[in-house]
Design a protein. Structure first.
Length: 433
């Protein structure tokens, strides 16, 4: 998950770094082993007790919320459970984590227990296969669309990127919101736009091969994304993940926060510059500038920087070098590919729209027993999670059936993910920007 999702670089690079956060939000750590993991979808300005993420990082609060999934709570037991914490019942009501119902208090946000997650996983597996079948029924049309891409070797990877990543992940979230199936994050009194969601730890769900995760680093003209499964992170031969180095040294800077903050700012500036350089090189090579001399003539990047970034792109396989000539090693979408991209995304949207309208009612019925729904939480609040599982299983089925590239096939350089370099004039990024 969405903040100023597309182009606030520090918020869409890599989860787990001390200076960046994933689109779906950042998990909060507690001093004790957490019982639940919490994130926000959207942008949150609050801190401390006004931040539900902080409140839900406290293990006594986590324990109380899990109890609320099972039954309504009495005021006295809530106050007893919160003793020794800075949190009060009024705070939980203010943050809309609980709501009052007559003389009791009920769960009022999306908290999925391990049983909920396992139920959702099982139900969505079947729906995901159905969604994959809907896409497979249009194989011939997709084949015609992608035959326009000049690099035949990279067509299966590009199909994966556009269908699994751009259409189902980025576009699917927008589409389900437009259709009213998925809730838009509400605006709060302080101007923040978000909703909070948690998962109980220990569900032991295997996400290998469910390609429901993306990482993006934007450039002014060319941007870099990877689409893949959760276990493939960190994607150390993919951009932007290859730049995630400062995190490895964070412990050494614990006692020098001012130095660390300054270093972090400098590091981000250098990464942004490297992303810009890499985008220019990939665009130029895709356009036919395939030698060092041609790149020197085409680009305004200083020679030392140009050679450094070319070396990196060759090292991670984004460029291939044979007899001092370069070619792209991963899918690159430039302005000439916009008709192809538009056609693939239009067909994908039509398939998903038809499928969702036919299947949403039965999905809602089959998942009505989830603990948030039993407590009166609206199903559209849960549908973001539902959709991720559904398109995740669909992307896995399509990959394993050979519809497009299989990131988990033996011998892949990029294990569990597929890179994409794309022009901002061709695609909308995550969040629609």
């Amino acid at each position: 998950m969405q903040i100023d999702l597309a182009w606030v670089f520090a918020l869409i690079l890599l989860a787990g770094s001390p200076w960046v956060a994933k689109a779906q939000g950042s998990e909060q750590k507690a001093a004790e082993e957490p019982l639940i993991h919490t994130a926000v979808t959207g942008s949150i300005k609050a801190s401390g007790l006004d931040d539900p993420q902080y409140v839900l990082s406290l293990v006594p609060v986590q324990r109380l919320m899990l109890e609320a999934t099972r039954r309504p709570l009495a005021k006295a037991e809530i106050e007893k459970a919160l003793q020794g914490t800075p949190v009060t019942l009024d705070r939980l009501l203010q943050l809309e984590l609980l709501r009052r119902q007559q003389d009791t208090y009920r769960l009022n946000y999306l908290l999925l227990t391990t049983a909920d997650q396992q139920t959702m996983y099982r139900v969505c597996d079947g729906y995901g296969q159905s969604l994959a079948d809907a896409f497979r029924s249009h194989s011939a049309e997709f084949g015609q669309i992608f035959s326009r891409y000049p690099n035949a070797v990279l067509r299966p990877q590009l199909m994966f990127d556009l269908i699994a990543g751009v259409a189902m992940d980025w576009g699917g979230l927008d589409l389900t919101t437009e259709l009213g199936y998925r809730i838009q994050p509400p605006r709060h009194a302080d101007g923040s736009v978000y909703f909070v969601h948690s998962k109980e730890a220990g569900a032991q769900i295997d996400l290998t091969g469910l390609y429901l995760d993306s990482e993006t680093a934007p450039g002014s003209k060319m941007s870099f994304s990877t689409f893949g499964d959760g276990p493939s992170s960190p994607r150390l031969q993919g951009l932007p993940d290859v730049f995630d180095g400062l995190d490895n040294a964070k412990e050494d800077w614990r006692n020098a926060p001012d130095v660390y903050a300054a270093l972090r700012g400098e590091y981000i500036s250098l990464i942004l510059l490297a992303i810009q350089d890499a985008g220019q090189v990939m665009d130029a090579v895709a356009d036919g500038s395939d030698t060092d001399s041609a790149l020197a003539t085409t680009l305004s990047i200083p020679e030392a920087r140009r050679k450094t970034v070319v070396r990196l792109l060759v090292a991670v396989g984004y460029l291939r070098e044979i007899d001092h000539h370069y070619s792209v090693g991963v899918p690159v979408l430039t302005e000439r590919d916009k008709p192809l991209s538009d056609a693939a995304l239009k067909l994908s949207r039509e398939i998903m729209t038809d499928w969702l309208r036919r299947n949403y009612p039965s999905m809602k019925d089959e998942l009505s027993g989830l603990s948030p729904m039993r407590n009166g939480v609206a199903f559209p609040l849960a549908f973001s999670e539902v959709w991720h599982y559904e398109f995740g299983f669909a992307t896995k089925s399509l990959a394993e059936s050979g519809f497009y590239a299989n990131p988990r096939a033996p011998g892949n350089r990029y294990v569990g993910y597929v890179p994409l370099v794309w022009a901002r004039s061709v695609l909308k990024g995550p969040g629609g920007d």
